[in-house]
Design a protein around this ligand. Structure first.
Ligand SMILES: C=C(OP(=O)(O)O)C(=O)O
Ligand SMILES: [Mg+2]
Length: 594
């Protein structure tokens, strides 16, 4: 088996191509696949890789009902609970030994929790006194332990997630079900999942995970964004990935093309070899500008301090979006001001005399931060997320601004701060005033909802800059959940309604003489970058890997062409028409293989 892995596992880095291309056969494939069969999903992170499938197991929920334990079986079942917990602890320790970094620490901490007698003793008690079936006893005992930890608070409350993880593993073992979560292997693999949480994606090890394929998720889902940041080729919205024992089953060879949005089952050795050929990431050659010298800042998006070095190396002129919540996704209690300041300082120090835009925590929706958000909201994308969390946790925002101000002292970077999900003038005004109180004069707003786009002029009479969060702007304009694979075709950045809202935002910026950038994923698509510049956008912020391609296309296109193509696209009736109109006028895309 290992020899086969060694022969077949192949990965390569970036290869540019058209993304957001929706396939025609993504949703159901009832028949077993013939070898070499090609399936289409949505390519969200470029590059090709081939390897054996390892499936992430979904959470199974409470155990199925079972009869009460017979009196003469009580001790036997109680002993099974202890054995299952020991097995889980040993498996976690063994898994931890095969990985490194944060993932190792996480697995070791969970192993310790599994070895702790608290949960087992409570579950055994239920088996003995209530004759509760063992799996259910573990489930109920975990609820009690979590409630007790919550009452005690502090460190123990923060470990509720570990208890849940251990609970799920023990219950799975007792019920003969697969253990949930991302699998751990000592060989590289292609990860296939229904979907992944952002916190799971952030912990993927690019040395092990050759590529990622999910049934759910759209092109602007945070899973997609994180895969791109990690340089892991990814295809989302591939319906065939949903079935556990279906076409994409454990161990089968898969070739993933994240640029084309395709996966090939049982690819030929020749295709695997082609996938293994390395390809270059194009690097920008200086500040961004069009062919005739119209200046467009090219900035990088990062999710944690370690991304700053890569961004600087890739030639970013600064940071256009630091998603600070990505630093704290697995945290159940608020990081201290000192800890936050240290994280922000690491980024600022990498960019002396350059702009670094730090976004305040965008907690909520698919990025829950338990110390801020309420996991039980019924409609979280329309709920308390982004700046709105200051309504329930104002001190968290105060603390973060204090940490940013502290980090800024002693560095030469230009510190810019912006708030996510601003939807009213009052919110903008309050945020700017708060930043001023913390000594942060560059205070901006993200334009992510149509109300902000339509009121951009008024917002920018308060804020000093705006950054278009087009991932959310698309979601809220088309009313299409960015997480939902089945609506991925609606999440189209070429939609003229989206382009017209961007145009309105830029007009608001121009009225006030304020810069308006884009930091959503569409800034990374070279043809769209041309359109955005023509619509009036002054900076583009993207994954560092995309900087070279965007710079190359802009430097080949003059500003009047940007203006003309922007008009053509915004005046189109459909996304497809806009895309076709623009692409057919940019031969450079074909020349550069984009
Ligand atoms: C940049 C954005 O923010 P996020 O993707 O983190 O929601 C956006 O919505 O475009
Ligand atoms: Mg957003």
């Amino acid at each position: 088996m290992r020899a086969r892995f060694a022969r077949n596992c192949a990965a390569q880095g970036h290869e540019a191509g058209t993304m957001w291309r929706m396939g025609d056969d993504s949703w159901s494939h009832p028949d077993p696949l013939p070898a070499g069969r090609l399936l289409r999903g949505v390519g969200v992170s470029p590059g090709r890789a081939a390897g054996p499938i390892a499936r992430a197991r979904p959470q199974a929920g409470p155990p199925p009902t079972a009869p009460d334990v017979a009196e003469d079986r009580v001790e036997h079942e109680a002993a099974r609970v202890r054995r299952a917990a020991r097995w889980v602890a040993a498996t976690l320790r063994a898994d931890a030994a095969t990985v490194a970094g944060e993932r190792r620490e996480l697995l070791e901490a969970t192993a310790q929790m599994a070895a702790d007698p608290t949960l087992v003793t409570s579950a055994q008690e239920l088996v003995r006194t209530q004759r509760t079936p063992p799996a259910l006893a573990v489930w109920q005992a975990a609820d009690q332990v979590i409630a007790r930890f919550g009452e005690i608070g502090g460190y123990l409350a923060a470990r509720a997630r570990d208890v849940e993880d251990v609970r799920d593993r023990i219950v799975a073992h007792l019920s003969g079900r697969p253990v949930p979560g991302v699998p751990v292997h000592d060989h590289p693999f292609v990860l296939v999942a229904l979907d992944l949480a952002p916190s799971e994606t952030a912990l993927l090890d690019p040395a092990k995970v050759l590529a990622l394929v999910t049934a759910e998720g759209g092109p602007t889902s945070h899973t997609a964004i994180l895969a791109r940041d990690l340089g892991i080729p990814a295809v989302v919205g591939l319906g065939a990935a949903a079935a556990w024992d279906g076409e994409l089953s454990e161990g089968r060879m898969l070739l993933v093309d994240g640029s084309a949005g395709t996966v090939e089952v049982d690819p030929s050795p020749e295709s695997v070899e082609v996938a293994a050929r390395p390809s270059e990431v194009r690097a920008p050659t200086g500040p961004g500008r069009t062919q005739d010298g119209h200046r467009v800042e090219l900035l990088a998006n990062i999710g944690d301090p370690s991304g700053a070095a890569e961004a600087a190396q890739a030639g970013a002129e600064g940071i256009g979006l630091f998603r600070t919540e990505f630093c704290f996704l697995d945290r159940t209690s608020e990081p201290s001001v000192a800890e936050q300041a240290e994280a922000y300082r690491q980024v600022l120090e990498r960019f002396p005399h350059k702009k670094v835009v730090i976004r305040t925590l965008d907690a909520g929706s698919d990025k829950p931060l338990p110390f801020v958000t309420n996991a039980r909201e019924t409609n979280p994308a329309l709920g308390l997320r982004g700046l709105r969390t200051a309504r329930i946790a104002p001190q968290v925002l105060e603390n973060q601004l204090a940490a940013i101000a502290e980090a800024g002292q002693g560095t030469d970077a230009e510190v810019w701060v912006m708030a996510p999900m601003v939807s009213t003038v009052t919110e903008a005004e309050d945020f700017v005033a708060l930043c001023e109180r913390h000594g942060l004069p560059q205070a901006g707003v993200m334009i992510e909802v149509p109300s902000a786009a339509m009121m951009a002029g008024q917002l920018l009479s308060r804020a000093t800059f705006a950054s278009l969060g087009t991932n959310d702007l698309i979601q809220y304009t088309l009313a299409a959940d960015r997480q939902l694979g089945s609506l991925a075709d609606l999440s189209d950045p070429w939609h003229p309604a989206v382009l017209r809202l961007i145009e309105a935002s830029c007009q608001g910026g121009a009225q006030q003489g304020r810069p308006v950038g884009v930091c959503g994923e569409m800034a990374a698509a070279p043809a769209l970058a041309v359109v955005l510049v023509g619509l009036g956008v002054t900076s583009l912020s993207m994954t560092p890997r995309a900087l070279g391609d965007v710079a190359a296309v802009l430097s080949d296109t003059d500003f009047p062409t940007c203006l003309r193509l922007a008009r053509l696209a915004a005046d189109a009736e459909t996304a497809e028409e806009a895309r076709m109109r623009v692409r057919s006028e940019l031969p450079v895309l074909r020349e550069l293989g984009l």
